[in-house]
Write a protein that binds this ligand. Structure first.
Ligand code: NAP
Length: 176
């Protein structure tokens, strides 16, 4: 059976590139983003590689949408790679925090922090069965800190976090 990858924010940009790469590596895919026209176009392109692809338009902050994605990965055999890629860049240009819109700040936190964690929590039973991996894509404004809260240096360019067999054994956490 082919392994199943779930990629959020796969309608364009890095998510689309990752989904295309994974299809080329023999993964079947469940993909998500809000803009259904973009998502369908990506799905068509991925299917042309022979991959089985399920595309679900929706907002990753919506619990019902997340559950739908994972119901589909389960029906396809269980997710073995979860890529949390969808993100909200927030206000641009970035305002001083004193002037920031709290509504937009909440949306950014919900999209970039709460939703990926919720998806991880809900995907864990499948990931444990498949001995799967989680990849969280982060942004330049995040800097790594040790588990004691000390900064390990300045913010670094965008990177994927190290895939870990157990999501609970990380020595690092992100700070804004
Ligand atoms: N591009 C850069 O220079 C850069 C730099 C540092 C880090 N990154 C990180 O790399 C990742 C991808 O960036 P990118 O530049 O490829 O972004 P992008 O081109 O803006 O694509 C983001 C994707 O996520 C989807 N998305 C956004 N909000 C969503 C939501 N609430 N629910 C579901 N889907 C959502 C978007 O589709 P819809 O809008 O249709 O939903 C789109 O498909 C992000 O995590 C970003 O923080 C990028």
């Amino acid at each position: 059976m082919r392994s199943v990858a779930l990629v959020t924010g796969a309608g364009r940009g890095l998510g689309r590139v990752l989904a295309t790469f994974l299809a080329g590596q023999g993964h079947d895919l469940v993909i998500s983003a809000r803009t259904d026209t973009e998502l369908e176009e990506v799905a068509r392109s991925l299917r042309s590689t022979g991959a089985k692809v399920a595309a679900f338009p929706g907002n990753i902050t919506d619990p019902g949408h997340r559950t739908r994605l994972l119901q589909e990965t389960s029906a396809m055999g269980g997710v073995s790679l979860l890529v949390n890629n969808a993100s909200d860049l927030g206000e641009t240009p970035r305002p001083d925090l004193a002037q920031a819109s709290l509504e937009l700040f909440r949306t950014t936190l919900e999209t970039n922090l709460v939703a990926p964690l919720a998806l991880i929590q809900e995907a864990l039973p499948q990931l444990e069965r498949t001995r799967g991996l989680i990849v969280n894509i982060t942004a330049t404004l995040v800097k790594p800190v040790t588990k004691d809260g000390e900064s390990t240096g300045p913010a670094k360019p965008p990177s994927t976090s190290s895939p870990k067999r157990s999501p609970s054994n990380s020595n690092h956490r992100a700070s804004l």
